[in-house]
Design a binder for this molecule. Structure first.
Ligand SMILES: [Mg+2]
Length: 236
């Protein structure tokens, strides 16, 4: 056996790692469409509207801010601020009410802190939007650093965003673990950076298969608390 290195830091993805973003996004969009129909959007049912909305989301990306305007456009309707506002309110109300960490997240983070690991987040997205999630999840006091792609100018799976995070905590890649759900961004990126990759089997990427060796996670877990036994093994 080679020399064992102690793990010093644990980094996390946010969406579908710290909370169930797949389910929450679906609920919020369904409720938005329902509210828009109640305000006059000419659709027979919520599912039909949801499917149209998802086509728009997939075409323009989730950070595009005119999804509901496009929905009206596709249906051949005039721009209607009342209908759009009804959707926006329902969407945000749902997110506000249900954005909660998965039950094992807080106990796991407390346990990791108690064991002396440094904790960080490495996330793709818009900085204010990602921070809003972290704060609403009530997790903002747990992390030593939060690195978001918008500020770094590099997105997972680019190595740079991982390197920036490691440097900020003064940790070598082989002393760090990265936990995420997405093989193409989280696992590939962590592997390329030389970190220990851990895949959490949650959300829409749960069934995905690694395309190539670099996308293979070092470990897979079903819930975040499984991390504790893996770290115990790594630190033995
Ligand atoms: Mg994710």
């Amino acid at each position: 056996m080679g020399k064992q290195t102690k793990i010093k830091a644990v980094f996390f993805d946010i969406d579908d790692t710290l909370f169930d973003s797949t389910t929450l996004a679906k609920m919020a969009r369904m409720n938005a469409v329902k509210a828009m129909i109640e305000s006059g959007l000419p659709l027979a049912n919520v599912t039909q509207g949801y499917n149209l909305l998802m086509k728009i989301v997939n075409k323009y990306g989730s950070n595009y801010d005119k999804h509901f305007d496009k929905l009206l456009e596709i249906l051949g309707c005039e721009w209607d601020p009342k209908i759009i506002a009804a959707g926006v309110v329902a969407y945000h109300d749902t997110k506000q009410a249900y954005l909660k960490p998965d039950p094992e997240v807080v106990p796991t983070l407390i346990a990791l802190r108690d064991k002396g690991y440094k904790l960080g987040i490495i996330s793709n997205g818009k900085s204010v939007k990602q921070w809003e999630k972290i704060i609403r999840l009530g997790l903002h006091h747990f992390f030593d650093i939060v690195v978001i792609s918008e500020e770094v100018g590099s997105e997972k799976p680019d190595t740079k965003i991982f390197e920036v995070a490691l440097k900020k905590l003064n940790v070598e890649p082989y002393e760090a673990v990265y936990v995420g759900d997405n093989l193409e961004t989280d696992i590939l990126g962590a592997n390329k950076a030389g970190m220990i990759s851990i895949r959490i089997l949650k959300g829409k990427h749960k069934e995905g298969k690694p395309a190539g060796k670099m996308m293979k996670p070092r470990y897979s877990i079903k819930k975040l608390s499984d991390l504790l036994s893996i770290l115990k093994k790594l630190d033995r």
